[in-house]
Design a binder for this molecule. Sequence first.
Ligand code: ZN
Ligand code: ZN
Ligand code: FE
Length: 761
Amino acid sequence: MAPMRDVRVMRKRIHVSGIVQGVGFRPFVYSLANGLDLSGIVFNDTAGVVVEIEGDAHKLRAFSEALVRDAPPLASIEHISEEEVTPQGSVGFEIKKSDRTGARRTPISADVATCAACLKEILDPGDRRFRYPFTNCTNCGPRFTITTAVPYDRPNTTMSEFAMCSRCKAEYEDARDRRFHAQPIACPACGPSLRLLGSDGSRVAGDPLSRSVELIRGGAIVAVKGLGGYHLACDATNDSAVAALRRRKGRDEKPFAVMVPTLEWTCRIAHTTPEETSLIASRRRPIVLVAKRDGNGVADAVAPGNRSLGLMLPYTPLHYLLLAELGSPVVLTSGNLSEEPIAYRDDEALRELTGVADAFLIHDRRIHMRCDDSVVRVVGGRDYPLRRARGYAPEPLVVDRPFTRPVLASGAELKHTFCLGADDRAILSHHIGDLENWETMSSFVEAVEHFTRTFDVRPEVVAHDLHPEYLSTKWAVDLEGVERIGVQHHHAHIASCLADNWRSDRVIGLALDGTGYGDDGALWGCEVLAGDLQGYRRAFHLHYVPLPGGAEAIKEPWRMAAVYLNAAFGAEAGRLETHFTKRNWERAQPILHMAERGLNSPPTSSAGRLFDAVAALCGLRDRVAYEGQAAVELEQAADPSITRTYPCSVADGVIDGVELVAAVVDDLSTGTPVPEVAAAFHASLARSLVTACELTREEEGLNTVALSGGTFQNALLLRWVREHLERTGFEVLTHHRVPPNDGGISLGQAVIANARLAVSS
Ligand code: ZN
Ligand code: ZN
Ligand code: FE
């Protein structure tokens, strides 16, 4: 006997939270209700989507199931609550206007790359959106960068300046249409349009797209207004165009990213794994670092001396059209002068990029939030983010321990991000940049204002780094009416790795980076910590050496080599027959003198500076053009088939980097080739770190190790440390959602502040 169908008429009020606005959720609910012949309403409120649904009880059950099972591709449901309400005898189903009261906790979606359906339209000569660069639908298009307020509706986006034409309006209002309630909907008749300006700002006649393609083909540099800001584009296969771009931008050697027309192109110019290919093609469309193919046709100046290359696919119709017509890869780099944030306002771009760009491909859709491209590497088959921005931010990260009070974490300094914590979510900002100048600082302050308003988080607690000179610390200390919590830099690194892995237990943390302010006032950077979110014990650290000249020593790795040589050999170092000493020992004397007297030479246990020293000793580099360059080159020089090690003792809380450097120098002076020395150095450091973890395990009974800090961007070191730890029986935690570098620091600060609040209350 078939079960009796429950035909009682019921009405339910269903609340859905998560990423459910701007992703076609209401139209989906609408067609679902109509399909089941149910009546009611759906609307956005500031906390998500509310559905009131009425009909036979068995149909309501089917509705609830399908609501989760068949949700639109971009939706991410975090929570659903249902309550029974009194039936109203309603007829038909409708989409109501948004309700603007209540807590505004609805996440804003990240920007989404053009979907296949929209792409088909812009390439179809018969379609009314043929070659239209602002085509989008509920499944794709700009979100975060154009949203000015919540809830996410057209008046709260920069598209509010454009009135829909009748055809767009019909699509927008038709529940069966792919563009039903697509807030940025546009077409050639009613939406934004392109213009091409010459270097003097005057309008260039002709079709802006075709003219831009001609210019790029001819070797020119064109500023292109994209999703989150201006990029500079030039032909990636043209050596002189790329060289000109470097010269004009004032960027010596830092690699440029390349946008390729199609996925086939990525295989042509790089060796890619299936995981890398699917990440490149994902709707987040990050720049993915992949292994360069020899003789790939891309100009050497794109990533000089680098074995990897950052590749991405087009992610807006404008990029698609440009690349399709060009038919070859372009360099696409942030439109800014070195060290400044990406330009995103038209007047500012025209002012700053005059003399850099030969032409400006611009349009009249305003960018509200600037946002750089994200950069991700695939390590061990999993995503390993290096810069989290477009396509990811401001998607909240769910944390395993809810925030008891709203927290704002002000981050560190380089690769800066900040983080808001409220309820069970950490909202990590997009990459802001290096907080070293007024422009970046004001970009940070504006973003904090935007995030606190749109996510409706009023921070009661502010977490900050201990470094008194960081602008982010000074800013936090000046805030009024909040409780302040200072967080040690490397503790924050380890906490961010824990939060990244939904963990909060006590672990061993390996925090390796450039520098961070230590509890003793020294500059830490190679730390073995035993701790949890509340606190830690510093179990081991790299032997202190002076950092001669502070910031100067970071730009000039030869200084660190001199300091290590002096520590290892004293005055004897001058008699060593190495290339390095012949070249540098004489000029090192005043610096060593300065260090001896303790002038502007704080003690440091930095892993980054140890890599610098070894790179300089290997003759790879005396000066760097960007932070971390020497370490990158040392990694690339290493021959990974070599795994012999140098002595480097680990005892009494100290890892003896000086002994390690002495062994490196001895080996070099017997003529051992650099690839072998570089590899042995990596292997030795990895082995010493594992030894320190084993000793800590004996004392603390901890069996999990979290790896964090910018030095773990070094894939060789990461691989060897992880493999060695796993062989020794440890569980190893690495980053997957946030970067290991200082871009992840603010997440760590936020969860530490929350853990300390829980203890003190
Ligand atoms: Zn689309
Ligand atoms: Zn239109
Ligand atoms: Fe750091």
